[in-house]
Structures are given as C-alpha cells and as structure tokens.
Design a protein around this ligand. Sequence first.
Ligand SMILES: Nc1ncnc2c1ncn2[C@@H]1O[C@H](COP(=O)(O)OP(=O)(O)OP(=O)(O)O)[C@@H](O)[C@H]1O
Ligand SMILES: [Mg+2]
Length: 366
Amino acid sequence: MFLKNIQIKNFRNIKKMEYNAESNLNIFMGDNGQGKTNILEAIFVSSTGKSFRTPTDTNLINYEESWYSIKTKYVNNERKINSFIKLDQSKNKILQINNKKTSINNPESLKLVLFIPDDLDLVKGSPLKRRKFIDFTLKQISQDYSFNFDNYGKLLRKRNLLLKNDQTNTKSFNIINDLFVETAVKLILSRINFTSLLDQIIKPLYQEITNGKNTIKIRYALSFNIEDEKINQNILEKSFIENQRSIKDKEIKRKKSMIGPHLDDIHLYQDNKLARHFASQGQQRNIAVCLKLAEVYAFKKIKDYYPVFLLDEVLAELDQEKRLLLLNHLSKAEFQSFLTSVNSNNLRNVEAKLSVIKDGQLIGKE
Ligand SMILES: Nc1ncnc2c1ncn2[C@@H]1O[C@H](COP(=O)(O)OP(=O)(O)OP(=O)(O)O)[C@@H](O)[C@H]1O
Ligand SMILES: [Mg+2]
C-alpha cells in the first residue's frame, strides 16, 4: 500500500495541511512540539479510527475548533482507494472508504506498522507489550484472527466471573470453558505461525542493521507446559485441557484463568541468550526496530502487499552506524515509510522527501 495524499483539518495543532507523499521514504523534521508526531497520528487515525496516544477521541480536535477531519488517497496494487474520517465534539464519528460508510475493520483500510519511542521497550517491557505487538498486525492481516481475539476476551471475562462466583461445577462453566479452549488454541496457533515467520525474516535483517555482529532468535512462549516437540491443534488442545485440570484448585483459589494466550509471551534471544536479561540497552533497541521491520515483511509475505511503516523518533535512540543502516534500508525498500526526526543530521544524503514542520504547518524543505 502507498499513501499518496493526506489532507488534515483541525487535528491537534494542525489547522490545515495537505501532504503529497511522492517518495517511498518521507521524513518530517522539526523542533519539539511542532506537530511531527501529530502527522503520524493523523495517518494512524485515518486507518484505525483511533489514536495510539490518547483513548479520548475528542482530544484530537484542535483546541479552538469543534471538529477534525482527515482525507487520504492511497493505492493497493494499483487499486485507488480513498478514506475520510470526521469527528465532532459530540463524538459523532463519520468513517468512509471510497465514499461509503464503513467500520474500522474494513479490509480495504490503510494497513500500518507503527513504531513509537515506547516500542523501544519491546524487548525489556512486559509480555503484554509483546503480545500487543503481534496482535496488532495479526488483527490487520486476518479478520478471523480479529474475531477470535475479541471473542477470546469475552470468554475470558465470563470464565473469570464464574471462577469468582465459585461456579466451576456448573453446566455453563463447562460450555464456556470448551469455547474458551477452542478459541485459545486458534489464537495460539496463529501466533506461533506468525512468530516463526518473524523468526525467519528477522535473522538477515538483524545481521544487516547490526552489521553482522549478532544473531537473533524468536520463540513463542506458552503459559503452560507441553510435552510434545511437535505442536498442532490436537496436541495443543490436549495439553491445554490437561494443564487446566492440574491447576484447577489454584484457579479456584485465585479466582482467575491462569493459562491461555492472555498470558503467553514471545521470547527473544540474542546469541542464544534471552535478550531482556543479556542484551545491552542499545542492542535491545536494535532488536525492537528489527522486530517492527520484520513485521512489515511478514505482512507482505502473508497478504502479498506491504503495509505502510510509521516511525516516530526512532533515530535518536540508535548509534550513528545503525541510524545510517536503517535509513539506507528504508530509502531502498519496496514499501513506504513515514519517519519523524528532531535532528537533521544524517538525513541530508538520504534518498527521501524531507519536510520541515513548524507550528503545525509544513514549510517545505529546510
Ligand atoms: N487538541 C490539540 N489542539 C491544539 N494543539 C494540540 C492539541 N493536542 C496537542 N497539541 C499540541 O501539538 C503540539 C505538537 O505535538 P507533536 O507531538 O506532534 O510534536 P512533535 O513535533 O512530535 O514534538 P516532539 O519532537 O517533542 O516529539 C504540542 O505542542 C501540543 O501542545
Ligand atoms: Mg513527537
């Protein structure tokens, strides 16, 4: 997918902006607080209907206005698509794709991989972060996954409620639990397949970005034991149920579901050692960047088209060598990226469209 044009009105500190994305790599430069992240946020909102940094939609409306709107034009395999989103203070939200009302789960919506500074913690942070990382892309890739994911959340809440109310010996607990296990196994299988795809893709990427100094490995880590080496639906289901039996008393005592995809993790190894314990802070950041990059390629492998890659302030945290290697990779890549940077060092010789942003306005090249 390629974003061709975006028109933003009354969004955050951007009163009116039109941007033509003529290049594969698009860089927004500028001082702090000028509106660089707001542009990436506008792209993200146009695709998902939500922000990545506020749960309150109306925060996005410019302080002095009563509504915002974002129009985009993009292409997917030469098919032209347009989108429109408008939100007013009374929370009326209009979402359109190709001039027709739509929901956020439209398969034609602009697909994205987002990297924000917070993601630099992907390696060291909580397992929830790593689960969110793969779930965000799997949900965009597959409507089935998205459906199962939402369903699992509902079943988990129901199951926990029955545990809380001491109703584990009821018929409804058994019904809920059967569905819970079935849905859990579907999610786990999709995640294992995706993780193994990421593992294949990230290996050469990490060598490239770190200049061949370290190796990397990614493994899906289940929240329960499994005896067999081979994993398939039957084996997973069997082990899941056996494990549930063995921790039944514990679950009743703690009143919550203690195994399942809501507690799984993704283990990252550098040179065969767990990266969150052994890799340096900088190396952990390099791994995080490569993970996101791998996600872009994994998406393409599955869907046969690339998502658009948004990177907010990633360069500041990398050393000079990695910065250049990453910029080089992005400028030569087949997919499109949008990147923000406070510092204009390193950017001069990169093949990219460079724009300076000041007070919510594009002021062209510096
Ligand atoms: N609803 C809003 N209306 C008007 N201005 C807003 C609104 N929400 C945020 N802002 C302002 O937008 C400005 C730019 O924010 P943004 O996060 O895009 O800056 P940035 O260029 O990415 O800066 P940094 O380099 O610090 O990350 C901030 O000064 C903020 O006060
Ligand atoms: Mg910013």
